[in-house]
Write a protein that binds this ligand. Structure first.
Ligand SMILES: *Cc1c(COP(=O)(O)O)cnc(C)c1O
Length: 384
């Protein structure tokens, strides 16, 4: 049963302050000052310095993985990761992601092949991958959208059958854990993002997680212009190095991320309480085997049932100082750079098209107050 609608003074404004879709979870400024002092003292600003080495090590322990390559951002990590695995030809990927996923393929001269998504998880639909495989296909690049794990076993089975690599864009998946496996060790590599909008942040930053020690070495060379030593350049490298400031922020961030996840869990519960069961609104709950990171809170709005479209709700929230985001709209496959690809037509991607047209990501961060969640939900529910 739907709970009774609570009348508030929504006729004026849902929130006095502007509420954005997220706020970064930063360590206390004082806790960073000794690290800054150490960086200034040593004069080591980048190039695998002491903070970089410590962060790579601590991050690996935190995530339960052996090989971590830190990067200045996840886009460069994706680009270098594909190069390190020598991926060419065509890669099957999802149109329902942030543009960087597809851009990384394009920067490697790879042809993206868009595959439709699953309507429950919004991740690549494994049952639709095989039909897209050609003699040129070399890899699958899925995304754990909003931190919801892909169907990794099904994807791996297809990859094994056809001899394909699997590269996970795990930009949203920091802190997601599963009962029987480490999500970040699935496939050939996983790429994390530590951008300022992400659950765990180093301002800008990213990492590649691999199981293969040799691959980690190659990535280390490639992200440093290809230098294997002072005089040997082993490949077409680039500058993807994380600097000491970013690493120092990351080290402190590790101490506060778990607390942020618990706080976000409470925020998610508050949203569920007010929005679950509302006609025309769909929320998502992670399956039991997943310990979720609450990185995002997307809802789907069905105009017919709800009585207002996604864009109407988005605009209404904006008028009330609440800046929700239409992640991911437009679809990557609808963007001018990609829309002429044979796989990009909406007729091939019906689920992705539907989700992109109906999704809205609500504000989600640990310090979002219960009264704000309440006001946001009221604004969505009754001010129409
Ligand atoms: C944020 C994001 C990226 C890019 O990360 P940067 O660190 O900003 O380069 C890539 N893929 C997805 C799915 C993202 O959300």
């Amino acid at each position: 049963m739907e709970e009774p609608v609570i009348e508030t003074e929504l006729s004026t404004i849902a929130s006095e302050e502007e509420i954005y879709v997220t706020r970064p979870n930063l360590p206390p400024l004082e806790s960073l000052l000794p690290s800054l002092a150490a960086i200034w003292e040593s004069g080591r600003l980048t190039n695998n310095g002491p903070f970089h080495r410590r962060f790579e090590n601590e991050l690996g322990k935190h995530l339960g993985v052996g090989n971590v390559n830190l990067f200045s951002n996840a886009t460069l990590a994706l680009i270098v990761g594909l190069e390190a695995l020598r991926i060419l030809g065509e890669v099957i990927t999802t149109p329902y992601s942030f543009v960087a996923t597809t851009h990384a393929l394009q920067w490697n001269g790879i042809t993206p092949v868009f595959c439709d998504i699953d309507e429950r998880t919004f991740n690549i639909d494994p049952d639709k991958i095989e039909a897209l495989i050609t003699t040129r296909t070399s890899a699958i690049m899925p995304v754990h959208v909003y931190g919801r794990p892909c169907e990794v076993d099904k994807i791996q089975a297809i990859a094994d059958k056809y001899g394909l690599k699997v590269i996970y864009d795990a930009a949203h998946a920091f802190g997601v854990t599963m009962k029987d496996k480490n999500l970040l060790l699935e496939g050939d590599m996983s790429i994390l993002s530590f951008h300022g909008t992400k659950l765990f942040t180093t301002f800008e930053g990213g990492a590649i997680i691999t199981r293969d020690e040799k691959l980690k070495k190659r990535i280390d060379f490639l992200k440093n212009f290809g230098f294997a030593d002072e005089v040997t350049v082993v490949g077409p490298g680039i500058n993807g190095k994380m600097n000491e400031f970013q690493a120092a922020v990351g080290l402190l961030g590790l101490q506060i991320v778990q607390d942020e996840i618990s706080k976000r869990k409470s925020v998610a519960e508050a949203y569920h309480k007010r929005l679950d069961g509302v006609r025309g609104i769909k929320t998502y709950a992670a399956p039991d085997e997943v310990s979720y990171n609450y990185a995002y809170f997307p809802i789907l709005i069905d105009e017919e049932e709800f009585g207002a479209s996604r864009d109407e709700v988005y605009e209404r929230l904006k008028r009330h100082n609440v800046f929700a985001r239409r992640y991911f709209y437009p679809l990557i496959s609808d963007m001018p750079t990609y829309r002429n690809l044979p796989s990009a037509g909406r007729e091939h991607l019906p689920v992705a098209g539907r989700v992109a047209d109906h999704v809205l990501c609500l504000p989600m961060y640990g310090t979002l107050e219960p009264k704000s969640v309440h006001a946001i939900c009221n604004c969505i529910r009754n001010d129409r």
